[in-house]
Write a new protein. Structure first.
Length: 303
């Protein structure tokens, strides 16, 4: 199937029914680039305004409302040797009494990215941490499809269409599916992180620009309510809402439905499987909508 190379000329800070930058067909792959959350490109030049700018949208021929868009994340590669992030935990992730213990100066901290060793380390060592060398695990923080009713939703948040979910399981090799709300699905992507802890508790990962390759497919007539994912070990569903309890409900309900629709379990069987085999992971805990991921190990599935 064809592989398209797309060089972005402009970016969007909303995910919506914007004019598509490229038409592609199910089975096609795209190689493109993203800027970081500040709009800095591979040369650390200001390519666009700050605020999770998105590359795209890509129009997938044949995708219609009521279908499901499938996106295979083939490759996510930082395309520069630097990244940045915040230094303080967000005030909403600690007890109110502990807010005074957070750093009052939250200036960005800078990271060196070594692709040869797949390591991120602090540019300026810090006390007992030193340069804090960490293995990189590049992931997409924000991506998704145009929402219902021709809305344009800020890339600071997330909902049924995807968006700023900041789940560190969105790595290369993962397949992610989205409900289609608009003709062509209108797929956007950006906000690359070389590494991010669970929950994005500082409000950033190690923010950097990426070269990305992805492949698309369309499940005709397969209707989903929330994003889904799959990797070598798990299937998972994603809920985005605030309070966190509602995000858990979204993800749990979607998994319950998906087990019956896709894997043909009875409602009774799906309840038992989830009640005793489910696992959860925390996505975004910083931005307006929180993200919860509901996971089922593949070893438990009878397919």
């Amino acid at each position: 199937m064809p592989t398209h190379t797309f060089i972005p000329k402009h970016y969007y800070r909303t995910i919506g029914s914007h004019t598509p930058v490229l038409h592609i067909a199910p089975g096609d792959s795209v190689i493109t680039t993203t800027v970081d959350a500040w709009g800095l490109d591979a040369n650390e030049q200001q390519a666009t305004e700050r605020g999770n700018p998105m590359t795209g949208p890509f129009y997938i021929d044949g995708a219609e409302p009521g279908d499901t868009l499938v996106v295979h994340l083939d490759r996510l590669t930082p395309n520069r040797a630097t990244g940045w992030g915040r230094t303080s935990l967000a005030s909403n992730v600690v007890d109110p009494s502990a807010v005074t213990n957070l750093p009052t100066q939250n200036e960005p901290i800078h990271w060196r990215l070594d692709l040869a060793t797949n390591t991120a380390s602090l540019r300026d060592p810090v006390g007992k941490l030193g340069s804090l060398p960490l293995p990189m695990r590049p992931m997409l923080g924000c991506f998704g499809v145009a929402p219902v009713d021709e809305q344009a939703i800020s890339t600071a948040t997330s909902a049924e269409h995807g968006g700023n979910m900041d789940y560190n399981g969105f790595v290369a090799g993962t397949t992610v599916s989205f409900p289609v709300f608009q003709p062509g699905a209108l797929f956007h992507l950006g906000d690359g992180h070389a590494l991010q802890g669970d929950g994005e508790m500082c409000g950033t990962g190690i923010e950097t620009s990426f070269e990305v390759q992805f492949t698309v497919d369309v499940l005709k007539g397969v209707c989903s309510g929330w994003p889904h994912g799959e990797n070598a070990e798990y299937i998972f569903t994603v809920g985005n809402a605030r309070p966190l309890e509602q995000a858990v409900q979204n993800a749990t309900t979607e998994m319950l439905m998906w087990l019956q629709q896709r894997y043909h379990y009875s409602a009774y069987e799906a309840n038992l499987l989830m009640g005793y085999g489910v696992e959860y992971a925390l996505g975004n805990m910083f931005d307006p909508a929180y993200t919860m991921v509901c996971k089922i190990p593949k070893r438990l599935l009878s397919v």
